[in-house]
Write a protein that binds this ligand. Structure first.
Ligand code: SDX
Length: 437
């Protein structure tokens, strides 16, 4: 299937006057979304840098993978709306879409599913790697270590300049992350590792590797597996977020893909990013009762408290995160299936959302629930401990990281990422010998 002919187009010039010099900067336009001012020649012609800590107004690359409209609450994977994919697609099909740019034909999907299935086992030696961790190590620490170690096992897919090796590495990462994640969980609970089964689909396989025990046959619940598959779809990619930008920056130096994904996992762990699902559930458990919500909302509004409502707010979404809507529906579906309709945590979450969304502070700052607000309740109901929530986020986001990494490697204009700075340190000065200080 021909790749869509997407590329940016010229859209005139922006004029920037610095001192007594006016510099013409090209403006480029994409398919949809804000135009960009190309500042690449600004330093050479104007001897100035742009300044944008946190990259609030900076486009780091040209990408055709995911589009977000934060004001409208829109999220598209290769042009397809997230709610349609969550409803009608499955995670492996979305992986194909993110990697290749188009929905697969039946034959392409069958081949791709088989390719991923055939890579789900890990090198047997890798299981020794876990032995070095304490049983109570945070699973994200284990994931950083073990995924980074994959580059020590798969030398035949670390040459980033070989498209065949890039494809194999991509398939290996998508296939092995659930196996490694399940091993991290099993290790933390002192149970034996469970091997993947080729007759199961991606999410069924993951649930079985996490919750089966050798002492009895495992009977999976297809409704819960489908719910987890949908959760994976929601988390698969999200434009140039912090962990994706980390993967791109690591990859821009030529580091091997396994090391780049390990860097993405490390960044995702932070509570301001992927770690928010763990933090959000802990916050809901700490609130404990709807009567205590006003006290926490008050703290969240107090700058000096240092407290924020975890699972609320977003750098891009200034409207409801479209993933949070699907996440909330999935949460109700899982709790209904498990017969825990009156989960007190869900009651607290829904009342907290209701109060926050009617509060002037949250309305004025456009703070809405994000994907992490309802995911924790759902994952807890599925049987995962809080410490595994961000691990599941990493399992799902691996395909997005890999797709973005591949797009960067194939971009002819890409070069090593190397930002500059505004230096505010000491001017040059001479060394003072110790006896003269
Ligand atoms: C993810 O980038 C992505 O796409 C990430 C992600 C993905 O799929 O990859 O979507 C996944 O990381 C979702 C976000 C999960 N994080 C949280 O839920 C943590 C809680 N939220 C925040 O800390 C915050 O909202 C961020 C980090 C998500 C966004 O921060 P920004 O864009 O840097 O905004 P900010 O910190 O400058 O906040 C703007 C204002 C501030 O007040 P003022 O300084 O203007 O007075 O809003 C306030 C903040 O104090 N604010 C909050 C708040 N979030 C922002 N106040 C209370 N509770 C909050 N949660």
């Amino acid at each position: 299937m021909p790749k869509p002919p997407f590329a940016s187009k010229p859209a005139g010039l922006a004029k920037l006057t610095v001192g007594n010099k006016t510099i013409d900067l090209p403006v480029a336009r994409g398919t949809v979304g804000p135009d960009v001012v190309d500042v690449r020649k600004l330093y050479a012609e104007g001897n100035v840098f742009t300044y944008d800590p946190g990259f609030t107004a900076t486009a780091s690359c040209e990408s055709a993978i995911t589009y977000i409209d934060g004001d409208e609450g829109v999220l598209l994977y290769r042009g397809y709306p997230i709610d349609q994919l969550a409803e009608q697609s499955d995670f492996i099909e979305c992986c194909y879409l993110l990697l290749h740019g188009e929905l697969p034909s039946p034959d392409q999907l069958k081949t791709f599913r088989n390719q991923i299935t055939r890579h789900t086992m890990v090198h047997e030696q890798l299981s020794q790697f876990f032995r070095g961790f304490r049983r109570d190590a945070h699973p994200m620490a284990v994931m950083c270590g073990v995924v980074g170690a994959l580059s020590a096992f798969y030398h035949d897919s670390t040459d980033i300049n070989d498209p065949v090796q890039r494809t194999i590495a991509s398939h290996r990462m998508i296939a092995k992350l659930p196996t490694i994640a399940a091993m991290a969980y099993k290790y933390s609970v002192g149970q034996p590792f469970i091997y993947p089964r080729n007759e199961l689909n991606y999410s069924e396989n993951f649930l079985r590797m996490c919750f089966a025990v050798p002492a009895e046959d495992y009977k999976g619940n297809p409704i819960l597996a489908r719910a987890l598959d949908r959760i994976f779809i929601l988390h698969a990619d999200h434009e140039q977020n912090a962990s994706t930008s980390t993967v791109r920056l690591a990859g821009s130096s030529g580091a091997n893909p396994f090391a780049c994904i390990a860097a993405g996992i490390a960044c995702l762990w932070g509570p301001a990013h992927g770690g928010a699902n763990e933090a959000a559930l802990k916050m809901l458990e700490e609130i404990g009762d709807v009567k205590r919500i006003p006290e926490y909302v008050k703290r969240a509004k107090d700058k000096n408290s240092g407290f924020r409502l975890m699972g609320f707010g977003h750098r891009v979404y200034k409207n409801y995160d479209p993933r949070a809507k699907v996440m909330q529906q999935t949460c109700h579906e899982v709790l209904d299936t498990l017969g825990i309709r009156n989960d007190p945590l869900l009651q607290v979450a829904m009342e907290l959302e209701r109060i926050a969304l009617s509060d002037e502070y949250f309305i004025e700052k456009k703070l809405y629930p994000n994907i992490d607000f309802y995911s924790g309740i759902t994952l807890k109901a599925l049987g995962f401990p809080t410490s595994m929530f961000t691990v599941l986020f990493a399992v799902a986001r691996t395909v997005g990281w890999i797709a973005q990494w591949g797009e960067m490697i194939e971009d002819p204009s890409q070069k090593i990422g190397r930002p500059r700075q505004l230096y505010v340190g000491a001017p040059q000065r001479d060394y003072v010998p110790l006896h003269k200080r």
